[in-house]
Design a protein around this ligand. Structure first.
Ligand code: GLP
Length: 262
């Protein structure tokens, strides 16, 4: 895992956006895995800026979001479809028919989840999967205990996660849906590259467990230690509990020039 520590979330997200822009510019049919949550918002802002000011086009891009709430109308401001529209999709030239999210209103959950997996495979797999991390180490909505081999499926959200995601529901965790559809850890592990964003003190323990802890389903993000191409882009606060942070800094500062991606 490549660990990149930046002073602030904004700086980290600007760097992350450059990596994504490079993939968009160099692949004929780029496939991006997208995430919601507050962590990627400055990254989306930077992509929108690049689209407006630097001609970055999403015309040939296909996207797959990690997750969506069950039973929530896509027009609800808390749905991940709405969040993506507001922060990214409506500002760029991404063809909507290629912007995929799981359909939380489906009446056939197993069939729809299998179809989501099939669509990802038919698009050629995900080139880069953007990820946030929950304070309990969850990836997408794969809460602690999720199987490392899991695929897109329904999951039950526990109170802490509903509390953390309550803002668009008037701050009331009871209004946050109890179920969601989420890509599985097995799905995420098949992406050719993962870009994980983690910011703030509240993520420091989860970031430490993910990077330096044992690989365990108790910290779902720790499975990324088995992925061959992960960049963890974190700020100083999120890095504060890392035992080897000086090492990560030195490695990053001394990368051979041909290997630099920023
Ligand atoms: C939710 C999302 C995750 C996200 C996490 C952290 O649970 N399903 O994909 O990583 O929240 O969110 P934030 O970036 O707001 O801290």
């Amino acid at each position: 895992m490549e660990v990149v520590i930046k002073p602030t979330q904004d700086e980290a997200c600007r760097l992350g956006a450059r990596l994504i822009a490079r993939i968009i510019r160099t692949r004929p049919a780029p496939v991006l895995g997208l995430a919601t949550g507050s962590s990627p918002l400055p990254l989306y802002r930077e992509l929108v800026r690049m689209h407006r000011e630097e001609g970055l086009s999403f015309r040939h891009v296909t996207t797959f979001n990690l997750d969506e709430y069950v039973g929530l109308d896509p027009s609800h401001p808390g749905s991940f479809r709405s969040v993506m529209e507001e922060h990214l999709f409506r500002h760029i030239d991404l063809p909507r028919e290629r912007a995929h999210l799981p359909d939380g209103m489906t009446t056939d959950v197993p069939g729809h989840c299998a179809e989501y997996e099939r669509l990802i495979a038919a698009a050629g797999g995900i080139d880069l999967q953007l990820l946030g991390i929950g304070a309990d180490g969850h990836l997408a909505f794969n809460e602690p205990g999720s199987s490392f081999r899991s695929r897109t499926r329904i999951k039950t959200l526990w109170t802490e996660t509903r509390r953390a995601n309550a803002a668009p529901f008037g701050g009331d965790p009871d209004k946050v849906p109890r179920h969601c559809l989420t890509m599985g850890l097995g799905t995420i592990m098949e992406a050719r590259q993962c870009l994980l964003l983690g910011f703030g003190r509240s993520k420091a323990q989860a970031v430490r467990d993910m990077i330096e802890g044992p690989v365990t389903a108790s910290c779902p993000a720790s499975i990324l230690q088995f992925h061959e191409h992960v960049i963890a882009l974190i700020d100083e606060d999120a890095a504060s509990l890392l035992q080897h942070r000086d090492y990560y800094r030195e490695v990053y500062e001394n990368k051979p020039s041909w290997q630099r991606w920023e």
